[in-house]
Design a protein around this ligand. Structure first.
Ligand SMILES: *[C@@H]1O[C@H](CO)[C@@H](O)[C@H](O)[C@H]1NC(C)=O
Ligand SMILES: *[C@@H]1O[C@H](CO)[C@@H](O)[C@H](O)[C@H]1NC(C)=O
Ligand SMILES: *[C@@H]1O[C@H](CO)[C@@H](O)[C@H](O)[C@H]1NC(C)=O
Ligand SMILES: *[C@@H]1O[C@H](CO)[C@@H](O)[C@H](O)[C@H]1NC(C)=O
Length: 379
C-alpha cells in the first residue's frame, strides 16, 4: 500500500511539474479597440502614430526588453542574472528563433508565432538541455536541428501545427511532448535509439492503428508514460514497451482488448480508457487482473458488467456505462472465504465511480462490506 501511494504521489508531482513548465497562457492578440462612447466634441491635437509596418501581418510586433547585463542576450529575450543558463523568450510575439548565446541550457520560447525550426538557428545551442516551444505555429523542423543539440533532454512542442513526428531526435532525449498538433504520421525510425525516453505525449493528434507498427516504439526501453488519448485508434497499440507505468488511451475508438495484452507489463499502474467503445465482449474476463495496477479508468464505454480486477487496485472509474447490477461474489470473491485479518487479501479499492449507469439496487451490501478501504463511492 505504502509503495503504491508513494509511487502515485511522486508520479503526480512529476506530472504537475511538467505542467508548470509547459503551461503559460499565450498573450492575447491585440483586439480592436472598443468603439468610443459618445463624448462632447473636443478638438484634439493629432498625435502621429508609429510608422506603418513594412509588410501587412496578422502578428503583433516582437516585444523587446531593456538591454541586459549580458551583452550576448538578445533584446527580445530576458537573461536573468541569477539564472545565467536560462534564456527566457516566451510571450514575445517572436516569429523566428533568436540568436542563442552559447551558455544557454534552458530555452523558453513558448507562446510565440514561430513557424519553423531551421538548423542554422541552433548553431550555438550545443549545451541546450531543455527547449520549450509550446504554443507556436511550427509546421516544419529541419532534420539537422537536433544534430546541433546532442545533449537535449526535454523537447516540448505541444500546441503547434506539426503533421509528423520530427526525425533525427537526439538519443539523449528523456521527455517528448508533441500533443495537440496535427500529427498523422510517425516516420520509420523516428524513435530509434531513444533508450532514455521516459515520457512520450502524443495526445490530441490524428494517429491511427497503422502509424504504430510492431517496431515503432521498440527501442524505448525506459518509457514510463505514454499518452495516445484523443487519436483515432481502433485497436490497442502494439509494441508498447513493458517498462510502462502510465498508459492513457482515452477518446479513441477502441472496442477490443486482446486477452494477454497486459501480460508482460509488470510496472503498469495507471490505465485510462475513458471514452472508447468497449463492451463486455471486448474486455476479456481477467484482462485487468494485474497486481501492479493502481488506477483503472473505463468511464463512458458500453460495459454492462464490472470487469474483474486485482485486489491491489485503488481507483476504479466505471461511470457512464450500461451497468445495471453488481454481483458481489464476482467482483469481490474474497469476502466470504478470505481471512480478512490478513491484510494482503483485503481489497485496496478506495475510490469507485459508478454514476451514469442504471444500477438497481445501487450497490449490494456485500460489496460495501468487502471493500473495507473504500472511502468514496460516486453513484
Ligand atoms: C553564434 O555565436 C556567434 C558568436 O557569439 C554569433 O556571432 C552568431 O551570430 C551566433 N549564431 C547563431 C545562429 O546564433
Ligand atoms: C542515458 O542515461 C544514462 C544515465 O543518465 C547515461 O549514462 C547515458 O549516456 C544516456 N544515454 C544516451 C544515449 O544519452
Ligand atoms: C487474478 O490474479 C491473482 C494474482 O494476483 C490470481 O491469484 C487470480 O487467480 C487471478 N484471477 C483470475 C480470474 O485470473
Ligand atoms: C453471482 O456470481 C456467482 C459466481 O459467478 C454466481 O454463483 C451467482 O449466482 C451470482 N449471483 C447473482 C445474483 O447473479
Amino acid at each position: 500500500m505504502k509503495v503504491g501511494v508513494g509511487l502515485f504521489s511522486s508520479l503526480l508531482l512529476f506530472l504537475l511539474m511538467g505542467e508548470v513548465f509547459a503551461q503559460r497562457p499565450r498573450p492575447k492578440k491585440p483586439t480592436r479597440r472598443p468603439a468610443p462612447t459618445r463624448k462632447p466634441f473636443v478638438p484634439k491635437r493629432v498625435v502621429p502614430v508609429g510608422p506603418e509596418p513594412q509588410e501587412p501581418t496578422d502578428f503583433p510586433p516582437p516585444i523587446l526588453g531593456p538591454p541586459s547585463i549580458y551583452p550576448d542576450c538578445p533584446r527580445e529575450c530576458l537573461c536573468h542574472p541569477s539564472y545565467p543558463n536560462s534564456l527566457n523568450c516566451e510571450n514575445r510575439n517572436l516569429r523566428v528563433v533568436p540568436v542563442i548565446p552559447f551558455r544557454t541550457h534552458y530555452l523558453y520560447l513558448q507562446n510565440n508565432y514561430i513557424s519553423e525550426l531551421t538548423a542554422e538557428a541552433f548553431n550555438n545551442a550545443t549545451d541546450v538541455r531543455w527547449i520549450n516551444l509550446a504554443n507556436n505555429i511550427i509546421h516544419r523542423i529541419d532534420k539537422q536541428v537536433f544534430e546541433k543539440i546532442p545533449g537535449l533532454l526535454y523537447f516540448y512542442a505541444q500546441r503547434n501545427q506539426l503533421n509528423e513526428v520530427p526525425l533525427g531526435l537526439p538519443t539523449s532525449l528523456e521527455q517528448l511532448r508533441l500533443d495537440r498538433n496535427r500529427i498523422s504520421k510517425i516516420p520509420a525510425g523516428a524513435f530509434t535509439k531513444l533508450e532514455n525516453l521516459t515520457l512520450l505525449d502524443l495526445h490530441y493528434n490524428q494517429l491511427s492503428d497503422s502509424d504504430l507498427g510492431k517496431n515503432t516504439l521498440k527501442d524505448l526501453k525506459n518509457l514510463m508514460q505514454l499518452n495516445l488519448a484523443h487519436n483515432t485508434l481502433k485497436k490497442m497499440p502494439i509494441g508498447v514497451p513493458n517498462s510502462l507505468i502510465q498508459l492513457f488511451l482515452d477518446k479513441n475508438r477502441i472496442d477490443d482488448i486482446p486477452k494477454d495484452y497486459f501480460k508482460d507489463f509488470t510496472h503498469l499502474a495507471f490505465v485510462r480508457l475513458n471514452y472508447n467503445q468497449l463492451s463486455d465482449k471486448g474486455v476479456p474476463k481477467a484482462v485487468f487482473n494485474m497486481t501492479s495496477l493502481l488506477e483503472l479508468q473505463l468511464a463512458h464505454n458500453q460495459l454492462t458488467l464490472v470487469p474483474l480486477f486485482n485486489n491491489h487496485l485503488e481507483h476504479l472509474h466505471l461511470n457512464h456505462n450500461n451497468i445495471e447490477s453488481i454481483n458481489g461474489t464476482e467482483i469481490c470473491p474474497f469476502s466470504m472465504t478470505a481471512d480478512l485479518n490478513d491484510d494482503r487479501l483485503v481489497p485496496r479499492l478506495r475510490y469507485l465511480r459508478l454514476d451514469g449507469n442504471h444500477l438497481h439496487p445501487p450497490i449490494p451490501m456485500d460489496v460495501i462490506m468487502c471493500f473495507r478501504h473504500l472511502h468514496s463511492v460516486v453513484i
